[in-house]
Design a protein around this ligand. Structure first.
Ligand SMILES: [Zn+2]
Length: 131
């Protein structure tokens, strides 16, 4: 089953992310540790993304997510590439993990922060999203 990837604006994501079924997947690499991040986002660095796809699938199943929003710094290279790899992985398997929608955040984290949207600067490997 082929999955299509759509784009979402920061403003739309800001309201969408309040839904419990939405997971934000940050695929930046080292930048996440010294720049902020979107509260509650999962971190799956692009350099190890392919190997960790099964882990991401399990995570979204455990958390009951059906909508994934990928982003990197600008969402021009790493974000769309990882979203495509994830979609291809689901398409190749028998199990779609209950994912209904795969999206990429337009303009990435940099655009999100530049437009004044809330960022979290916790240093935990798993962001609890409450900061
Ligand atoms: Zn955080």
């Amino acid at each position: 089953m082929a999955k299509t990837i759509s784009y979402i604006t920061g403003s739309d994501l800001l309201s969408l992310k309040e839904r419990a079924s939405v997971a934000i997947v940050d695929v930046r690499d080292d930048e996440r540790s010294y720049e902020g991040h979107i509260a509650g986002s999962l971190h799956f660095a692009s350099d190890s993304f392919q190997d960790r796809i099964p882990n991401l699938v399990q995570t979204v199943k455990d958390k009951g997510k059906d909508t994934l929003v990928f982003h990197c710094a600008l969402s021009q290279v790493r974000g769309p590439k990882c979203a495509r790899r994830f979609a291809d992985y689901l398409a190749a398997g028998k199990d779609d993990a209950g994912i209904k929608s795969i999206m990429v955040l337009e303009r990435g984290y940099n655009g999100w922060e530049a437009s004044g949207k809330p960022v979290c600067r916790c240093s935990g490997t798993t962001c609890k999203g409450g900061c």
